[in-house]
Design a protein around this ligand. Structure first.
Ligand SMILES: [Fe+2]
Length: 312
């Protein structure tokens, strides 16, 4: 007589773990065994019902259907569950002095134009307050890094990214800037605003059902990279924002909070950029640490995601 199979929940867990135990790649084996162990423990702890299990399948199906080259519902799930920030903290244990990273978010798009210093990423935004963001890219000893690349993106003053704005066709509020010999960069934009993350899908329903708000504090996104250094994916945040303490995606770090200073009188820098008062300035230096080894970056993954979205 054959042995009894699948008698208890724990029997199933043990058998599934045993089935993955011979996975040849050690890292994949570690991940699969950990995934099965924790996933089974979660289901047992909350005593998931069949109806709830089916609801989860429907939610994941809907999330997948929503994804395109302009929408990434799974990144939103990861961000709002705090998983993105846990991964970020594990992946970027920086030495003191290196600029801290934060979430990549779902709104980066490939193909932003390369702009000269002072180039305006907000040329179609007629309602935002003109803002000059400047600073330097430096190594950990404070030495300027020439030719560093800053990939910058931001929501419009309406609170929408270009990909969410049906009145726009192409890219807007995006640009790539290079540092000069002194490591300096200069970006012309408009004041960043706080905005709610997209809430017309399953992530929005989760936030409403759990009594959470969808707001993100005002910020500008950067990926800063240079040959020989580890790239940093980060934001700068407006110090005056009311949502700094309750960011829907948990991305705020104290070192990334920045003063956006209001000017009522002209300055030579503003005049050179053809900006009349009132306008704002923000000053932020990025510090890169040397690259230990070549590691796949978030932008490598973004290339693959974009290809998937374009195909979908
Ligand atoms: Fe954002």
């Amino acid at each position: 007589m054959p042995a009894q199979r699948n008698k208890t929940e724990d029997d199933i867990t043990a058998e599934v773990l045993q089935r993955f135990a011979e996975t040849p790649d050690p890292r994949l084996r570690q991940i699969m065994l950990g995934l099965v162990k924790h996933l089974h423990a979660f289901v047992k702890e909350v005593e998931l019902t069949e109806a709830e299990w089916f609801q989860a399948i429907e939610i994941l199906t809907e999330a997948g259907r929503m994804c395109s080259d302009k929408r990434q519902e799974f990144i939103l799930f990861s961000d709002t569950l705090g998983v993105s920030m846990v991964v970020d903290l594990i992946s970027h244990r920086k030495p003191d002095g290196a600029t801290e990273s934060t979430v990549f978010g779902p709104f980066h798009r490939l193909g932003a134009p390369e702009l000269p210093a002072g180039g305006n990423i907000a040329h179609l935004d007629k309602t935002g307050t003109p803002t000059l963001v400047s600073g330097r890219v430096l190594d950990l000893d404070g030495k300027p890094i020439k030719g560093a690349l800053l990939d910058v993106w931001q929501a419009q003053s309406s609170g929408l990214y270009d990909s969410q704005d049906t009145s726009l066709n192409g890219l807007h509020m995006r640009g790539k800037f290079r540092t000069d010999a002194e490591g300096r960069y200069l970006v012309r934009t408009v004041r960043p605003v706080n905005y709610p993350i997209p809430s017309d899908g399953p992530v929005g329903r989760m936030l409403r059902a759990t009594g959470r708000h969808p707001w993100r504090p005002a910020h500008i996104h950067f990926v800063v990279s240079a040959d020989g250094y580890e790239p940093v994916t980060t934001h700068i945040f407006d110090r005056t924002d009311e949502y700094l303490g309750s960011d829907a995606v948990f991305a705020v770090k104290d070192s990334l909070i920045c003063d956006f200073v209001l000017h009522d009188a002209a300055t030579s820098e503003a005049a050179r950029a053809c900006i009349t008062p009132p306008f704002l300035t923000a000053d932020f230096d990025f510090h890169l640490k040397p690259a230990a080894e070549h590691r796949a970056t978030v932008l490598d993954a973004q290339q693959r995601l974009a290809a998937l979205g374009a195909a979908g």
